[in-house]
Design a protein around this ligand. Structure first.
Ligand code: GCU
Length: 524
């Protein structure tokens, strides 16, 4: 429930009044007996801790022991490697343009028909997991529409709910939360950037002074009805208001002193949608028997090639796009996806697998995102197979094993690497963004490893008639450009800004770059 009543006094008063005057049934209290009986016959969702769930997957895979991941704390004895001379234990990457049968891919046709499907299959089976064939339908509804202002521009904000059909397993409910915000004065459908993160009305419109006066008068009358003696207090304090207008607050500027990303997006004539990942799938291992993954599995643990949280979040973004395709305010051919950190990984996974997304802004994604899995700098594969295992398919855990029925495996055994994930985005617009370690975009993320991956993905963009990073060196030798020096001429772009663990300072560069390619002109 969203309430305009911000002050605790007013909120609790209202609750008390609701109780005093309702007397009816609480919502959901009626006629559920029939459903309850049939639900009792269903298997209950398994209640594993993350450790139990991980153990269960290790048993399914015949894994006895995992190598521990390094520590992010540079003072710890087992800290991650930060020595560039030791960062490439497996320097050669699988070639995105060589088929498994050894033949070179020299035409776009062979890429689309043969090589891309090979790479998709490897990523689905071994890395991020598959979206099940029988994933239930999502029905979107507009919960509320609000007229708001963002950075002095009028906007229309819609609170949306995507209800996942759970008739096959009513013990798990999944409702995807998304908010769509579009400029109110747009002359036609606008490009939209979908962003992973909390979803709510960004700038809820407040009642006017006159409306507040009426609300206060009504509240006082209700209170006096409850306790007539209160009228004396109200008479003694005629200026007292139960609900006061919130003071105007300037927005938090981003790390470069620019307005917040949402302001920049709206000022550029785009819309944005915020989609809440945890309304799709929990960000922890214990949640794998719930959320969309648990719903499809009827509350039971995953199989080795089932999807992990990153792929589930990406699927949810695709469902969000299904809605956007039906909204006349949106230019659905120009919808992008954005996220930072773990959500930067999810944004890249979304763009790689769902070709309806026209562009991506990948913020500080690191391992499991744009950074090469084969690199040994900062976060390692062993971290992703350790506490972070639930982001990935179960099968991915094999690459962090020291003892298993199949022996042991490491990053070099992976059939694919992150340059091929980036290549799956080609020739669509793909912007890889980082900040500065000194400002909090930790070395742990391995910026250089992401840059090498983008360089190694570039030939696929070229093959498809687009432009990659335009670096002449091969990925083995390529070095990141200086901070704030963007490589923004191609459909694949790179920019490390001078902010921290955020992509906000890169937002204006992203918008300008994307506008150029899609032919969008910002309003005057
Ligand atoms: C950890 C994790 C990263 C991840 C980050 C985040 O640092 O190791 O892989 O990107 O958390 O999402 O905040």
């Amino acid at each position: 429930m969203k309430s305009i009543f911000r002050s605790p006094v007013a909120a609790s008063v209202l609750l008390a009044l609701a109780g005093a005057f309702s007397g009816g049934l609480l919502r959901g209290q009626s006629a559920s007996a029939g459903t309850a009986t049939s639900q009792a016959q269903l298997p209950q969702p398994v209640n594993f801790t993350a450790q139990q769930d991980q153990r269960n997957m290790m048993e399914q895979l015949g894994i006895k022991a995992l190598r521990p991941g390094p520590s992010g704390n540079e003072k710890a004895p087992n800290h991650a490697n930060y020595d560039e001379s030791e960062a490439n234990p497996f320097p050669d990457l699988p070639d995105p343009l060589t088929l498994k049968n050894g033949q070179k891919v020299t035409t776009a046709e062979v890429w689309w028909k043969e090589r891309r499907p090979e790479i998709v299959e490897d990523f689905e089976r071994e890395v991020y997991g598959r979206v099940p064939k029988d994933v239930p339908k999502v029905t979107w509804s507009v919960k509320a529409t609000d007229k708001e202002w963002i950075g002095f521009h009028p906007v229309i904000a819609k609170e949306l709910i995507g209800n996942v059909d759970n008739s096959a397993y009513p013990l798990i409910d999944v409702s995807i939360r998304m908010t769509l915000v579009t400029p109110a004065n747009a002359r036609g459908p606008v490009p939209v950037l979908m962003m992973f993160g909390p979803s709510h009305f960004p700038a809820p419109a407040q009642p006017s002074a006159e409306e507040l006066e009426r609300i206060n008068a009504a509240l006082k009358a209700l209170l006096v009805r409850q306790d007539p003696a209160l009228s004396e207090i109200f008479e003694q304090h005629p200026a007292y208001e139960l609900q006061v207008a919130p003071p105007f607050q300037m927005p938090q500027l981003n790390a470069d002193g620019d307005p917040p990303s949402e302001w920049e997006i709206i000022a550029d004539g785009w819309g944005f949608a915020t989609i809440d990942p945890v309304s799709i799938q929990a960000d922890n291992g214990a949640g794998l028997t719930r959320g969309i993954i648990g719903l499809v599995n009827k509350g039971q643990p995953r199989k080795p090639d089932d999807w992990g949280a990153l792929r589930a979040w990406a699927w949810g973004a695709g469902c969000g796009l299904d809605y956007l395709e039906t909204d006349p305010a949106v230019d659905a051919k120009h919808v992008g996806i954005e996220g930072v950190s773990r959500y930067g990984k999810a944004a890249l996974v979304t763009q790689a697998f769902d070709q309806r997304f026209a562009m991506v802004l990948v913020g500080s994604s690191g391992k499991g995102g744009a950074t090469l899995l084969r690199r040994n700098f900062g976060e390692a594969v062993e971290n992703l197979t350790g506490g972070e295992y639930y982001w990935m398919a179960g099968n991915f855990m094999k690459y962090g094993t020291s003892d298993a029925t199949f022996g042991s495996k490491n990053a070099s055994d992976l059939p694919v690497d992150s340059h091929e994930l980036i290549a799956l985005c080609a020739p669509r617009l793909t912007f890889i963004s980082y900040g500065l370690p000194e400002k909090g975009d930790a070395k742990w993320l391995d910026h250089q490893g992401s840059f090498m991956a983008a360089v190694a993905a570039s030939p696929v963009f070229t093959l498809l008639g687009a432009k990659g990073l335009g670096i002449s060196e091969d990925y083995h030798a390529a070095k990141m450009p200086a901070v704030n020096v963007g490589l923004l001429d191609g459909q694949l772009a790179w920019r490390q800004d001078d902010g921290g663990h955020t992509d906000a300072p890169n937002m204006k560069y992203f918008l300008k770059w994307a506008d150029g390619f899609i032919g969008h002109t910002p309003p005057e």
